[in-house]
Write a protein that binds this ligand. Structure first.
Ligand SMILES: [Zn+2]
Length: 388
């Protein structure tokens, strides 16, 4: 028996440090209107999911039905699970407050993507202080008495290549022009440079997972650096206001390689977040999917040179996980577990392969996206470690 124990001890010491992943799940209630599910149904679903995996937090939103949060919150707190409000920041708030829209360098509102209802939203100007104040006011006015432990900030960016080049070269309103000028960037020069260079404006000289793309054109490089400071600075102010209310703050981010195009500067954002959730979706052929967004970039500027071919394999996932390593906040990469034919063709093998990569980087766990209410059970059970 002693030799058996010694053998066991030897096996354990040779194995990598055991770390149990923590899971954050999302409950999508479907917009501001009446929720898609009853509180009872949500409680019963979380109860069954947490018998399979270690659920640490539930992100839920953003229906205006307060009672649902009070009931779900009571259950979650009895199980020591934290409840975070899923709150959109720079889009989708038109129903509850007036915002100034983001416009591109030519004064137009960037076009939208309308794959399905709920994905055809407009973005708001990131520099307008009223827009940022509105977000905090929404929390105070509509959600502060619902028992939330934190807020999960979504849409903390500009439009991506979903809106073509126009979405990425936004916002160009007078307020943003002033803010860019303070960062040493003249938007008139950016516009002229784009007009004269065309696609070549976005040509790169290389890609390094840790540093991202290197822009060949110094005006483009300066624009995207300033854009990151502007957009992420505004997001940080919203995050700080919410944290001063004792709330935990999580952030929904584009994968590191695409983040600069939408104004997400990880080095700024991570300082104002309790955790970040980069959307490392390899199977999603829709907005925020890594391959999808990259393909849109290539299509938006076909003449831009030196963009490498990326395959959405584990090696690429590893490169994005590595890029997240330097940041001090907790890290819960987003893995899509929902299934949609032709859009997100996930499988238990895909889900476990992604989670294994996350844990090899010794991160805290993962956010299981995008709606636990509709996720196949087999994509959750496989994470419990009970199937081979
Ligand atoms: Zn603006």
């Amino acid at each position: 028996m002693l030799s058996g124990l010694l053998l066991l001890a030897a096996c354990r010491s040779n194995a990598p440090a055991e770390q149990q992943p923590g899971y954050i799940v999302q409950v999508s209630l479907g917009g501001w209107n009446s929720p898609d599910y009853t509180a009872d149904r949500i409680v019963s679903r979380i109860d069954s999911v947490s018998s399979l995996i270690n659920v640490e937090k539930v992100i839920i939103g953003w229906s205006l039905d307060k009672e649902i949060y009070r009931q779900v919150g009571e259950y979650l707190h009895s199980k020591d699970i934290r409840m975070l409000l899923w709150l959109p920041v720079f889009a989708e708030t038109e129903d509850v407050c007036d915002n100034s829209p983001a416009i591109d360098l030519w004064g137009e509102v960037p076009s939208n993507y309308d794959l399905a209802a709920g994905e055809d939203f407009r973005f708001n100007c990131p520099s307008d202080p009223h827009n940022a104040a509105n977000v905090v006011a929404i929390y105070d006015r509509l959600f502060s008495d619902c028992g939330f432990d934190g807020v999960f900030l979504d849409r903390i960016r500009t439009q991506s290549f979903v809106g073509g080049i126009s979405g990425v070269l936004s916002c160009g309103c007078p307020l943003c022009a002033e803010a860019y000028a303070r960062e040493g960037v003249d938007l008139e020069i950016v516009k002229k440079e784009w007009d004269s260079q065309g696609d070549a404006f976005l040509s790169v000289t290389g890609y390094d997972p840790a540093k991202g793309f290197s822009f060949a054109n110094p005006v483009a490089a300066a624009f995207f650096e300033a854009k990151g400071r502007l957009v992420s600075g505004s997001v940080s102010a919203v995050a700080d206001s919410l944290r001063s209310r004792g709330l935990e703050v999580g952030m929904d981010l584009f994968a590191p390689f695409m983040a600069p195009f939408v104004g997400q500067d990880y080095s700024i954002l991570a300082q104002h977040a309790d955790f970040i959730k980069p959307m490392l979706y390899r199977k999603t052929y829709a907005p925020a999917g890594m391959g999808f967004e990259y393909e849109l970039l290539r299509k938006a500027v076909p003449g831009a040179t030196s963009y490498p071919e990326f395959t959405m394999d584990v090696a690429f996932l590893d490169s994005q996980l590595e890029a997240m390593e330097p940041y001090a906040c907790a890290k819960y990469p987003g893995i899509e577990i929902n299934y949609r034919a032709g859009v997100a063709e996930t499988s238990p093998e895909y889900v476990t392969e992604s989670l294994d990569a996350v844990m090899r980087h010794h991160f805290d766990g993962a956010v299981l996206s995008w709606n636990i209410m509709e996720a196949p059970d087999s994509h959750i059970a496989c994470l419990g470690g009970n199937n081979d």
